[in-house]
Ligand binder design. Sequence first.
Ligand code: PMP
Length: 288
Amino acid sequence: MKVFINGKFVDEKKAAVSVFDHGLLYGDGVFEGIRAYNGRVFKLKEHVDRLFCSAKAILLKIPMSHKAICNAVVGTCRRNKIRNGYIRLVVTRGAGTLGLDPNRCKKPQVIIIAATIQLYPKELYEKGLEIVTVPTTRNHANAVNPAIKSLNYLNNILAKIEANNAGCTEAIMLNSQGFVAECTGDNVFILKDNKLYTPPLSSGALHGITRAVVIDLAKEMKIEVAEPNLTRYDLFNADECFITGTAAEVVPVVRIDGRTVGNGGPGKLTAKFINIYKELANATGEEI
Ligand code: PMP
């Protein structure tokens, strides 16, 4: 596999960053996880837009244009003959000193890895997922804003550990006000009385690209969508629940904190979203 590093393709065995890179030392950097389906990169512009927004929020100047990054993502897929895969796009602050000061980091590193994806087991989509609420609160927007897709994912990792300890693979994270924010690597939706609800972006949820796709699909299907603050009570009493993310796509949730959601199986609308999302992802995107 050839990895894109600052404009060059480097063999994966030689692909490396400095041990003084503040991405490594402090989680100082931003990233995107992108999927390729059927020879196309899905929602490439949206991912690169978000990468630039994350970088702007941490005052990190990406040393390439938006267009150059898009071309490099497609080029890395082409170089590695990826038609279906998962792409990791990373921009680190670059090598600096052992001190915190980002001004000492003179050269941000742009890294693109285009790999095959380990798909989640099919039965996850057929049987549904059990999740739990975890004690770790989602980062406060005035501390590390969850809208920033930064290399510092400890908040999410702590929640993931707590989920794993409870025998689950995903977790519901609440914000500091006690409202539902999101999962460790996915956004969350519920259906109640034929209306679709997802926490507002201000809750501490990532501006999920899959989330936006599902909202658009729902509106096309004339399903009402609202983004109010949600509590655990709302999740427990939902007719359907599912989570969304680039890697996971749309996954049904059938149990939350020991409460059965709906009839205990994936909901009807959830199943519809799973299918139409797949169709859309396989039919649109930037050609490789
Ligand atoms: N929330 C978090 C914390 C995430 O890391 C992700 C996945 N990148 C998502 C939500 C889902 O976002 P997207 O649909 O853009 O992949």
